[in-house]
Design a protein around this ligand. Structure first.
Ligand code: 1PR
Length: 539
């Protein structure tokens, strides 16, 4: 019987969905005794190394896991499920299982953004010449460096390697009964499903291992730029959850451009799960669902939204982010729900990342009041501690604040000047742009980086829905202010806009909504334009 090990933190729903999709049965390891019944085992560890080890130890599963692997029965570890095989991690004071004698180390952010998020190639070591296996989805800040001179025994375990920046790391291990991937096959589309299927069919095939020699990094790594489709979701006036889309965040139909019967109604562009499935089939690298009116309700009472996430997770085998209302909330009956609990509900339903908006602004305001010293209580910190920083996206909704040409106020150092002589700074807003704060986008971006966010989703209220292109000044400003990946958002009107965003600002991903919903531009068309401009994208 195949068993899955769920240590209680992280999205294991995706792997369960993939296995069901492939037509296999499985059971969950619930007690130490269950290991005895397992004839094969997958450990889909998502999250942070420290929480994983502590959860396993607390539930008495760590030693049975070690004994299971030593018994020679097939084991497949994913992400943290691979990392626990190693002796230690810079992420944690707890020791790993020590099966592979090598530490897990943090990527250097000298030459690149960390975490490493996105689709990268895995290169097989036992093929001649080293062949690219396929593109898989990675999301991690720590890795096992591939270094046969320093860690010769560990290098014997390496099955594939991957290059990020100028670092080469072990992206899959295979030896005896043990297989493990740093990437997430359950989130890697058709290539990932094929890999899981191959292991399920022959979990104990032992590949021969050839000699391991040091490899020189290529001038360019294989990480691709990501194209993300975003769905803003809210209840329409009939109470159904629909995908909507605003112009500069106004999602209601204008009385002038529609019939008198729909004027003023919430714009309805389709059903969230059906649209998400369409984007998955069209080759979207990621999807994003934003519950744009969640600030009005307690999201844990927002069962329709959780149901949407569950249904989408059954159909999507690429990562997806859920945003809106990720903050400490109080239920109508007075029950306090910490942000971590809200996020956990979404992760359990199948989301891979949560996106925090308004609460991130408050957290950075509090951080500034404390002179830049984090206190560990913000939603960003608590969720990143439990699930790893790569699971925490911060969605920023800035708006241009125009000032006189002789402005000398607090934000004078961050002014951007347009060709027409106008000057502005980018001011942060909350509650979908309804309120502004005396906080600039640079202060917010650097603050959330310091608090432990893994990625920034950078909207622009000025450009949203205009089709005029991304706000390149804004993207460049934020990109050079932080060391975490930045996702460009708002304003895409044609494929060339994606090319200019990547080429001119170096952002890691670009997101669009309106043009995809209205089928004006396809995801394939965007990728063709990027490929023609020599920008690496996943096929
Ligand atoms: O504050 O944590 O509850 O999160 C609320 C989330 O909802 C935030 O991520 C915020 O950006 C989003 N949101 C709130 N109100 C709106 C609105 O439109 N009225 N949508 C809203 C934000 C921007 C993007 C949009 C891009 C691309 N929408 O999601 O998809 O601008 O659009 P385009 O390609 O058509 O130009 P919290």
């Amino acid at each position: 019987m195949l068993f899955l090990l769920d240590y209680g933190a992280g999205n294991v729903a995706s792997l369960a969905n993939s296995i069901r999709q492939l037509g296999h049965d499985f059971r969950w390891i619930e007690t130490p005794a269950d290991f005895a019944e397992a004839t094969s085992l997958i450990f889909p560890g998502v999250g942070a190394f420290e929480s994983a080890i502590q959860h396993l130890a607390r539930r008495g599963l760590l030693e049975p896991l070690r004994a299971y692997i030593a018994s020679g029965r097939p084991y497949f570890g994913i992400c943290i499920g691979l990392q626990v095989l190693f002796e230690s991690s810079e992420e944690s004071p707890s020791a790993g299982l020590g099966i592979i004698p090598c530490p897990i180390q943090r990527f250097s952010n000298e030459d690149k953004s960390v975490p490493h998020i996105g689709w990268n190639s895995a290169n097989l070591l036992d093929e001649e010449p080293e062949t690219v296996d396929a593109y898989y989805y990675f999301v991690h800040s720590y890795c096992a460096k591939y270094d046969p001179e320093k860690y010769p025994e560990a290098a014997q375990w390496a099955h594939t390697t991957t290059q990020y920046g100028q670092e080469i790391f072990v992206s899959a291990v295979r030896k005896g009964n043990v297989f493990g991937t740093q990437f997430h096959p359950e989130k890697s589309g058709a290539a990932g499903l094929a890999l899981i299927n191959a292991w399920l069919r022959a979990p104990d095939v032992h590949a021969p291992i050839g000699p391991r020699v040091a490899r020189e990094p290529n001038p360019n790594h294989g990480l691709t730029k990501r194209i993300i489709a975003c769905m803003d979701v809210r209840a329409n006036d009939a109470g159904d959850l629909v995908v909507t889309k605003g112009d500069q965040y106004d999602v209601r139909e204008k009385a002038t451009d529609v019939s008198a019967t729909t004027g003023g109604a919430v714009r309805n562009l389709g059903k969230p799960v059906a649209l998400a499935a369409r984007y998955y089939d069209a080759g979207a690298d990621e999807l994003c669902l934003l519950n744009i009116t969640s600030f009005r309700h307690s999201p844990l009472h927002d069962q329709p939204m959780l149901a949407v996430v569950r249904a989408a997770a059954e159909r999507l085998f690429v990562p997806f982010t859920i945003g809106g209302g990720i903050k400490d909330t109080v239920d109508p009956d007075g029950t306090v729900r910490p942000a971590l609990e809200v996020a956990s509900a979404y992760f359990r339903a199948g989301a891979d990342k949560v996106s925090i908006g308004s609460e991130a602004v408050s957290a950075v305001e509090r951080l500034r009041e404390r002179g830049g010293v984090p206190d560990g209580t913000s939603a960003i910190e608590t969720i990143a501690h439990a699930y790893g920083r790569q699971a925490v996206v911060v969605s920023i909704d800035p708006r241009r604040a125009y000032v006189d040409k002789d402005y000398a106020g607090r934000h004078a150092g961050e002014l951007v000047r347009g060709p027409d002589g106008k000057a502005w700074w980018y001011q942060c807003t909350v509650s979908g742009g309804r309120e502004t704060r005396d906080l600039s986008v640079v202060e917010l971006a650097q603050g959330v980086d310091a608090l432990g966010a893994g990625e920034i989703l950078l909207n622009s209220i000025d450009h949203d829905g205009t089709g005029l292109g991304f706000d390149l000044d804004l993207l460049a400003l934020v990109k050079r202010s932080v060391r975490i990946p930045v996702v460009a958002s708002s304003g895409a009107g044609k494929a060339a806009h994606f090319v200019e965003a990547f080429a001119q600002t170096g952002v890691e991903a670009a997101l669009a909504a309106g043009i995809f919903h209205r089928e004006e531009v396809g995801i394939g068309e965007v990728k063709d334009a990027l490929r023609a401009a020599q920008i690496n994208v996943r096929r």
